[in-house]
Design a binder for this molecule. Sequence first.
Ligand SMILES: [Zn+2]
Length: 179
Amino acid sequence: MASSRSEGSSASSRCTSASPIPYRVGLLEYEPAVVCRYSNKAARWISWIPDNPGCRYFKCVNARSGCCDYFAWVDGPSNSFVREVLNDLRDEVWKLRREKGDFSAAVEEGRCAQSELVLARNELATSRKVVGEKEAVVGVLKDRNSRLKFPWCSMRIDPGVLAFLDGAGPADVFFFAGS
Ligand SMILES: [Zn+2]
């Protein structure tokens, strides 16, 4: 094996992503049990560091707290070709995971932008409706205002009256709007 017993901790610190493959057996679900000197069942991990990719090892569950430094390899070293293949596959999996994460973030960002666009469009439609209603009111008020300024514009004169005025009627007859 190419590295020392410290491989387990260095594997977790050097790898920026989780195991590229799901574990077929849980860390503590293997049999027969392997125990440390304190009789604790050791967890069985898979190494993904470049020197020992895909190699299983035992490590005490209390290693993080520093209470126990039990460590032992399960598998022997693989040849250089297998190591290269496993490292390449590991890197591809990590790369695809990163790209998937970036893609998911972009999709989520796009969804948020779309939601904001829908809200903005709804607000715009509401505003246009309000403006339309206000413009209609303004139109009515303008019309009323023009009638108040020039009341005689809408006055209708009866043809009989016109005939009377055109004839021998009194010269001092006046008409007022609304009368
Ligand atoms: Zn232990």
